[in-house]
Design a protein. Structure first.
Length: 566
């Protein structure tokens, strides 16, 4: 197929192109329905997801609305995409308290991520039935469904990683600068979702450099020049995004990398939680267990993909191995060093990796099209049809290599030792038997953020004017997210927060919402200003009401009425 040539009208893959939007809509609706059922029906709301909704609300509806109010601990794209949804849902605080904006964003993102995996296979001109079978195994994987339906950043990150994988695959065959630019844009947007994209950027740069040097037939100087140009196209966007984000964060907060240096960042949370736990050797083994928990056949899949790639001399599997492998390697190395938690969700990338590699088992029949093929383009694929035995073998591979993950993942996701963020939802949804202790933990997790909604309802019932309640959003974000009157709160992103905290009475503050001065609560701004306030009011307030928390990993609250002479 020549450069710039589109598929013929009678190509069977062209027939499915018109259904891409239908796929996104149907899958998004299904994921959203699951998310609403989990949130409202099962009480499954994850803190990081709800905090992003709260951040979006701070930007739009706090006493001091401004874009920097979304904070700099998380990179901003997930929160930014939730802004219009939060604006629409502002008059229904229950939707915000149950993370509905986050659910909508993650559901659409995951649908698009699976669509990009389908596009990666479609670009290779394999049969539409094959594409549907492989992508169904990915889309229906329990881990994919869960993170499509809970508002976390995993879905959006997987979308941009799938875009990078597709762009690299196309570029390696087309030598088209448009495809390479797509990789750079995907990396930059991926960084604005998760810092893991930096590792992918390094891996992609190495792959691009090696590919350019290998296939460029010229002098050493010209080869080096071509390599530098191609690598620059890939890394320039993510480097720019990293520098701009770090600079804005530093100018605004004094921390260039707040995720790692601020009191609200991952490093502080890890230290106050007692560290990653266990010795490095255990942590290394645990990472492998997590990969196998989600895709039991992953090492077999990688081995088969490597053998097939070597036999056909077509490196179609390399982009997926580099992109998804860089994420897995980065997370494994970070956990091995004790720099992060061993959450199962950090291994979710193994699912699209497995699906994409299995999808590569069908020989490429050429590329869908090239806008402007480069001099090293190799768009052709296999011209012969697969024999009946090979077709049956490939279908058996889909079932044998991908189905175990779909079947076994719910079992592993129900184990607290492996999936401490997922086990409660899995046990509850599937009605799985559990020990009395685990059953109690499941019930407690299902009540998470219920107390925060009670606090919000009590304060809303007081009909307070703006600026009446001081709280740090370290924990109080869930209270603000659930309130029908967000302007009643004085929060750290407000320009007058420090002055109001130093002299609440002079700034007409009526209440101080406090948490225990222990664990993460030691970094709470109210506790730092008044170290004994939770215990005795610190001569700053009189105890109004106590709210013992019924949820998991959330603090008890005490509401103090400000003394007139404080």
């Amino acid at each position: 197929m020549s450069a710039g040539q589109l598929l013929r009208n009678d190509d069977p893959i062209r027939a499915v192109r018109g259904y891409r939007m239908v796929w996104v809509v149907v899958m998004s609706v299904c994921y959203i329905a699951v998310g609403l059922w989990l949130s409202y029906g099962k009480g499954v709301i994850l803190g990081d997801a709800l905090s992003r909704v709260a951040d979006a609300r701070f930007v739009l509806f706090s006493r001091d609305p401004h874009l920097a109010a979304m904070g700099f601990v998380f990179t901003p794209l997930t929160t930014f995409l939730e802004l219009p949804l939060v604006a629409v849902m502002e008059h229904w605080p229950s939707l915000l308290a149950h993370d509905v904006p986050g659910i909508v964003v993650s559901a659409i993102a995951m649908s698009l991520a699976v669509l990009q995996i389908a596009g990666t296979l479609r670009d290779r001109r394999v049969g539409s039935g094959w594409i549907v079978a492989v992508c169904a195994m990915v889309a229906l994987h329990p881990m994919i469904v869960f993170y499509a339906a809970n508002g976390m950043s995993e879905a959006l990150f997987l979308l941009f990683m799938a875009i990078c994988t597709r762009g690299l695959l196309r570029w390696m065959a087309s030598d088209d600068v448009h495809d390479l630019a797509l990789v750079g844009i995907g990396l930059a947007l991926g960084f604005l979702v998760r810092y893991d994209a930096l590792a992918v950027g390094i891996g992609s740069a190495v792959l691009v450099a090696g590919t350019t040097l290998w296939r460029t037939r010229s002098t050493l100087r010209m080869r080096a020049h071509a390599m530098a140009m191609d690598v620059a196209i890939v890394v320039a966007p993510i480097v720019t995004a990293f520098l701009l984000w770090s600079a804005v964060s530093w100018l605004t907060t004094g921390d260039a990398l707040a995720q790692f240096t601020s009191d609200y960042g991952n490093t502080t949370i890890l230290a106050l939680s007692g560290g990653a736990g266990h010795d490095p050797l255990y942590r290394a083994g645990f990472e492998i267990v997590e990969w196998l928990a989600l895709e039991p056949m992953i090492f077999v899949i990688i081995a088969v993909a490597a053998v097939w790639t070597a036999a056909r001399r077509v490196p179609d599997a390399l982009p997926a191995l580099v992109v998804y492998g860089a994420v897995l390697g980065f997370q494994a190395f970070s956990y091995f060093r004790g720099d992060t938690f061993g959450f199962l969700r950090f291994a979710i990338t193994v699912v699209p990796l497995a699906g994409t590699l299995v999808g590569m088992l069908r020989p490429r029949q050429g590329l869908l099209f090239s806008r402007r093929a480069g001099p090293a383009a190799h768009l052709q694929g296999s011209d012969h049809e697969l024999s009946r035995s090979r077709r049956l073998a490939s279908w058996a591979a889909v079932v044998g290599l991908l189905l175990p993950g779909v079947v076994i993942a719910p079992l592993t996701m129900s184990k607290p030792q492996i999936a401490n963020q997922e086990y409660a939802a899995t046990i509850s949804v599937l009605g799985m038997p559990a020990s009395p202790q685990v059953g109690l933990e499941v019930e407690t997790q299902q009540r998470t953020f219920r107390t925060e909604r009670d606090v919000a309802r009590y304060l809303d019932g007081q009909h307070l004017p703006p600026g009446s309640v001081i709280t740090d959003t370290l924990f109080g974000y869930a209270v603000v997210a659930a309130s029908s009157n967000p302007r009643q709160f004085v929060i750290p992103s407000d320009s007058d927060f420090v002055n109001a905290l130093n002299d609440p009475a002079a700034h007409h503050v009526r209440y101080l919402l406090t948490v225990p001065d222990s664990g993460r609560g030691t970094t709470d701004a109210v506790n730092r200003r008044y170290p004994t306030i939770y215990a005795n009011g610190a001569d700053a307030g009189i105890l109004e009401l106590a709210f013992p928390n019924s949820g998991s990993d959330q603090p008890d609250y005490r509401l103090y009425r400000v003394r007139a002479t404080a």
